[in-house]
Design a protein. Structure first.
Length: 462
């Protein structure tokens, strides 16, 4: 191994290195520890020092592990990713709390105290009650709507850092790291820059959307070429747009088991040879007609290759369109690159508005008023409109001490959600309704989990 002035361990901030003269050089985390240990000799007040302490520590964590290959750590924005004096509204109590630190990406809540305060000490609150730093942070966390609660709570008095895993719902910290130990235990704080599973799914969804968008663009270009080659000027953009959308839907339905796993690919496989590929356009036309026809209304003599496909309502396959002739290379592309390559089963249906919009020209979208609303913007509308209120009701119910009353109220809330009716007057691709359904199902699943846990508590031997 080649010798360097600074060892590998020192470069990642664990151990000290030496300069060219052999003098010991403190790593960033060692210097951080030395500086704050010096500060502690005269006492450190949380006011004016909380942001300084955590901003420096988070910068060191990011710098130390930026070459670890984790993109979330590399791309974390220290300026916008950490919120200090973060306002949290308690809708039930009707007041605001202010968290000393809040990291949205990892759902971490930080409660900071003066160095003179023991973290086990109960301090008087504004309402006259007495709470420890953890109990105070727990109160703040409970004020979040249930779908936004933090998974981690950190309490700190500059002397030590206590980490609480809120998934365990235990009042004891899972880890306690003293300031003097930080140089050796820094890796245990990596989690504060790592996203939650929910955030990872969001990021993955965005990446998949981009990939699918490129595939859709390529499909559109290939279809355009085939239309020009085989139908010359005897076709319309409406034909191309609808064929593109139908093929995308079939590819999605194929992997999402709407048709049965791989059924559309299986249908196309027999057309991959040069002899049959030229007749696929006719077979696709018949398949689209079949998909638009309820099973009880289909021709009794319908060929076997069509009979297994379900009826798809909504009019997606209603209109007759012109379909260009395909060669075996185009069939191979549809099977392998469109149906099998993308991870359709991991793509949320709500992104189809964006995909469908991408198949249409700007002029056509402007004429028809077709504009896709992102999932994030839909959430900004439905959360204050009704979703936050439902989550608040759920939170109030889960605080009921009487278990039977809690169970009865949860059952009633679930019935209430099932009775709600939603209207999207401008329903195009159905994104508002799809996201609304998805978010209501998330709440319903939480209700079911709470009912089950309450029943186990009430009847532990059953």
């Amino acid at each position: 191994m080649a010798k360097t002035g600074i060892s590998t361990l020192s470069r990642i901030g664990i151990n000290s290195g030496t300069d060219i003269k052999g003098n010991k050089v403190a790593t960033p985390i060692e210097k951080f520890v030395q500086d704050w240990l010096q500060e502690l000799k005269t006492g450190v007040n949380e006011k004016g020092n909380t942001e300084k302490f955590w901003s420096s520590l988070i910068s060191i964590i990011q710098e130390t592990y930026k070459d670890s290959g984790n993109l979330y750590i590399q791309n974390f924005n220290k300026t916008t990713g950490v919120h200090y004096e973060y306002p949290i509204r308690d809708n039930i109590a009707g007041k605001f709390y202010y968290a000393d630190g809040y990291i949205e990406q990892s759902r971490v809540l930080i409660e900071q105290k003066n160095s003179s305060i023991n973290l086990d000490t109960s301090l008087v609150q504004s309402d006259g009650s007495y709470k420890t730093a953890y109990e105070q942070a727990r109160t703040y966390n409970e004020a979040f709507s249930a779908n936004k609660k933090c998974y981690w709570i950190i309490t700190c008095n500059f002397n030590e850092i206590r980490i609480y895993d809120e998934n365990n719902k235990r009042p004891e910290p899972t880890k306690v790291i003293r300031l003097a130990e930080l140089s050796e235990r820094l890796e245990e704080l990596k989690f504060i820059l790592l996203p939650t599973e929910e955030q990872e799914r969001t990021i993955e969804r965005e990446e998949l959307t981009c990939k699918v968008g490129l595939i859709v663009g390529e499909l559109r270009q290939k279809l355009y070429t085939k239309y020009e080659e085989t139908l010359k000027g005897c076709w319309s953009w409406d034909d191309l747009n609808k064929l593109c959308v139908r093929l995308i839907f079939c590819a999605f339905a194929d992997r999402f088991k709407i048709f049965g796993l791989g059924k559309f690919s299986e249908f196309l496989d027999s057309y991959k040879d040069a002899k049959r590929s030229g007749s696929l356009h006719t077979s696709l036309g018949k398949l689209f007609e079949t998909l638009d026809t309820p099973k009880e209304e289909r021709d009794l003599n319908l060929e076997d290759e069509y009979t297994g496909f379900p009826y798809v309502n909504g009019g997606l396959f209603k209109d007759h369109i012109k379909i260009p002739k395909f060669d075996y290379q185009m069939v191979k592309y549809i099977v392998e690159d469109l149906c099998e390559k993308p991870k359709w089963e991991h793509i949320e249906p709500a992104i189809f508005g964006s995909i469908f919009e991408g198949t249409l020209s700007k002029e056509y979208r402007r004429e028809q008023g077709i504009h896709y609303t992102s999932i994030e913007n839909i959430e900004r509308v439905i959360e204050p409109l009704f979703l936050d209120e439902l989550w608040n009701k759920y939170t109030v119910i889960t605080r009921k001490e009487n278990i039977q009353e809690r169970i009865d109220a949860l059952i009633e809330l679930r019935k209430h959600i099932g009775s709600l009716v939603f209207l999207d007057p401008a329903c195009g691709s159905g994104n508002f309704l799809t996201v609304t359904y998805s978010k209501l199902r998330e709440l319903e699943l939480e209700i079911i989990k709470s009912i089950e846990s309450s029943l186990k508590y009430n009847f532990p031997n059953q």
